[in-house]
Design a protein around this ligand. Sequence first.
Ligand code: GCW
Length: 710
Amino acid sequence: MIAATGTALTPLSAPVARAEDGYDLWLRYARADAPRGAGLAAHATAIVAAGTSPTLTIATQELQRGVAGMTGTTLPLSATIQQGALLLATPASTPSLPVKTDGLGSEGYAIRSMTVDGKAVTVIAANSDVGLLHGAYHWLRLAQSGESLDHLDISSAPKIGLRLLNHWDNLNGTVERGYAGESIWDWWRLPDWKGPRYADYARANASIGINGTVLNNVNARSDSLTAPYIAKAAALADIFRPYGIKVYLSVKWTAPMELDGLKTADPLDPAVAAWWKAKADEIYKAIPDFGGFLVKANSEGQPGPQDYNRTHADGANMLAAAVKPHGGIVMWRAFVYAHDNPDDRAKQAYTDFKPLDGKFADNVIVQVKNGAIDFQPREPFHPLFGAMPKTPLMMEFQITKEYLGQSTHLTYLGPLFEEVLDADTFANGRGSTVAKVIDGSLEGHRLTGIAGVANIGANRDWSGSIFNQADWYAFGRLAWDTSLSAEGIAREWTKMTFSSDPKVVQPVVTMMMGSREAAVDYMTPLGLAHVMGTGHHYGPAPWVSDLARPEWNPVYYHKADVNGIGFDRTKRGSDAVGQYAPVVAKMLTDPRTTPERDLLWFHHLPWDYRLKSGDTLWDGLIHHYDGGVRYVADMQTTWASLKPYVDAERFAETEAFLTIQHREAQWWRDASIAYFQSVSKRPLPAGSAAPAHDLDWYKAQSFPYAPGHN
Ligand code: GCW
C-alpha cells in the first residue's frame, strides 16, 4: 500500500487509467471513435450561455465534461455566437430567443438546430435554468448514444409533476430492502461533512429528470424531525437545489408525543395540529423549498389516525394544513392492511380509501403501490387507480428489488413499469390507462406524482449491480415521459453504459427485455404471488403456514391442495374483482378471459384446467418454471459472447451474478416444484427433471443474514 506523503506522484495532466467500477453510471462520456468524435466536435465548438446561476454553471460544466470525455477537447465558453456553438437560453436571459418555450413549463426544454446570425448552432431553450439543465442532459444523451446531432427539433416537458425517489434509509445508516450497501446519507457527519457523493447523486437524478427525494424510511423515526436532523436535511437540500431536486421527509405519526410529550396524536386535537404547524414552520425556516411529508400510517404496525378513530383523510388533512402556507404537500400512502381484518389483503386499501374520495385537502396526494399486495414480480394494477376520481393518486413503484432477485438477479424492471402504466382501468371508457390516472389527464388533477423506492446505497456502483442501474434509469425516464417504451429506454441505457456498437446493444437489450418475465417464471408463474422466504424475502418458501397473521403466510396466497391452486377473487371468493371497473371485473370473472399471466391471482383452478398452450395447469406451471431457468442459462451464454466488447471489471461482475442467478433460479424452481408436488401428488411432465433435493432439504435452508431486512 502506498502511503500519502503529500508529494504529488502523478502529474495532474497524465491520463489516469480508471477501472469501470460503475460509479459513473450512464454518464460515462466514453471517448467516441474518430468519425463520431469529429461529428460531435463540429456540433459543440463553444457554449454560449446567457445569464449566471448555480444551475446554469452545472449545465455548462456538464456539457464541457461530456464533450471533453467524448472528444478529448475542451469546450470553451463564449460570449459571441460562432459556427457550431451550443446556445443555452431562457426568455428571461435572452429576450430575442428564437425558440418558443410555451408549453414547456418550468422543467421542460426545446432543442433546435438552427441558424442564428448566419451561424449554424444548436439552441437549448427553456423557461428556467433547470429546464436548460434537463435539455443539456438530453443533448448529451444523444451524443453519447451516437445519435445524429443534426436537424434537431425536440421539445420535451414532463406530464407528471412530482417525480421522486423514496429512500427507505434509516438514521443508523441501514437501508430497509437495500441491497447496495449502507445508506448514502452520512447522517452522523452531516451537516458538517458534505461528501462529493451528494452532488453526484443529484447529478445522476437530474440527468433523468427526477425532481425530489424523500430522504428517510417510511417506517420513520421521530428523530428525523428534531433540530439537528432538520439541519442535516437542510444541508442536503442546499446541495440538491441547483439540480432542481427538492427534499421531503417521511414522518412518524406519533412524533408530537415522542418528541414533545403530547398526550395524544389525534389529528383533530388542536394541540396536535398546532405542534405540526410549528414543526412545519421550523422546517421551512431551514429549507424554504421543502417539498413536504410522506406518511405510512396504520400499516404494518405504524401508528396513525385510525388509532384515534379518525380516518386517513383526517390525518392527511391536518398535516396538509401545516405545510400549506409554505406550498408544501402531503403524500399519504395507501399501503394498508390490518391484522384484525379477515378480508382479502388485496382488497383492504381500496376498502379503506375509496370511501374517502373527495375528502382530502387539495395539497394531499394519495400514494398507491402499483399492485394491491406488495411489489410482487407481477401484480395486476391496483384497483384504486381509476376508482378515486376526485383524489389525485400517485404511483409507487419499487426500484429496489425486494422480490425480484435483490442485487444479483438481472431482472430489468422497465417492462414491469411499462405494463402497469399501460394497463387500462376502463374507469372512463377504453384508454383510461393508469398512466393517464397518475398524470392527471383522465380526471383533471393538477397535483400529480410518481415515486420509486430507491435502489441506491453506498456501494461504489450505487445500485448493487451494473444492471440494477438500469432500473433507476428506467424509472426516471418513464416518470418524465410515461409514453416511452421500456425497450427504447433499455437501448439508450445500454448505449451509454456499455457501448453503442450494435454487436453489444442488440444482445444486451434482448437479454434485458425478457429478464423480468423469466423471473416471474422461475419465482411466481401464472399469477402466483408472495411465496418467498419470511422476513428477508430471499428465496422460495411456498410451504410457510405458521406465521401469526394469515396474510404473512405464502399458503394464504396460493391455496394449493390436492385439487388445485390459486386465490379465488371472483364473486364466489373474496370478490376483489368487484373493485375494478365493470368491464375489467367482467373479464377477470372468467378464467378464460383473464390474462393467463394473472390467472392464479384471480382464480382457484383444478390442476387439470387447460391452459391456452393445451397443457394442464399442473404441466404448464412446471413448464413455466423450466422456461425461467432456461432463460437465465441463455443470458449466461449471451453474456459470455460479449466478453470481447465489455471491460473486464463489469464483465466479470455480471458473469458472476448471472451464475448466482442461475443457481437461484434453479433453486426457486426446484423448491417450488418439490413443495407443490407434495400437495398435488402429480408426476412431472415428460422432460422435466425432478428437483435436486427433497422438500425437507429446501425447508431446512435458513438465511439469518440476508441483506435488507431489519
Ligand atoms: O414491501 C414491504 C416491505 C417492507 C416495507 C413495506 C412498505 C418500508 O417488505 O419492508 O416497509 O412494504 O412499503 O411500507
